[in-house]
Design a protein around this ligand. Structure first.
Ligand SMILES: [Zn+2]
Length: 112
């Protein structure tokens, strides 16, 4: 017998503890807007487990920070994004990001 894999990203509704159904919505979790479900009846909020995990990883990275070395490719300088960062933000080769210089010591990278 083979177990069927479920894709909860397709779940528009999930059963709530109160017996009613919770509909897919954006839920506020810590300081983030994440995927989740909100119960129509009791207003209880459920957080998407993938987003909950992502936030835990993000919070851990914020605390430890990530140091990378600058390399060169031809005339350009290259900053490598470690795998943990690439996975967290869903970044892949060939994607474009936007760099915004914040001040003389900080550059912000925005994912498109
Ligand atoms: Zn409920």
């Amino acid at each position: 017998m083979s177990a069927k894999q479920v894709d909860i990203n397709k779940w528009e509704e999930i059963p709530c503890e109160c017996g009613a159904m919770a509909s897919r919505s954006t839920v506020r979790y810590r300081d983030y807007d994440v995927r989740g479900w909100i119960c129509k009846k009791c207003k209880k909020e459920y957080i998407h487990p993938e987003d909950s995990l992502k936030i835990s990883k993000l919070e851990a990275l914020k605390k430890s920070r990530v140091r990378v070395k600058i390399r060169t490719v031809g005339q350009s300088l290259v900053i490598t994004l470690p795998k943990v960062i690439a996975e967290l933000y869903g970044l892949e080769k060939g994607e474009t990001v936007e760099l915004s210089p914040e001040n003389m010591k900080k550059i912000e990278i925005e994912i498109q």
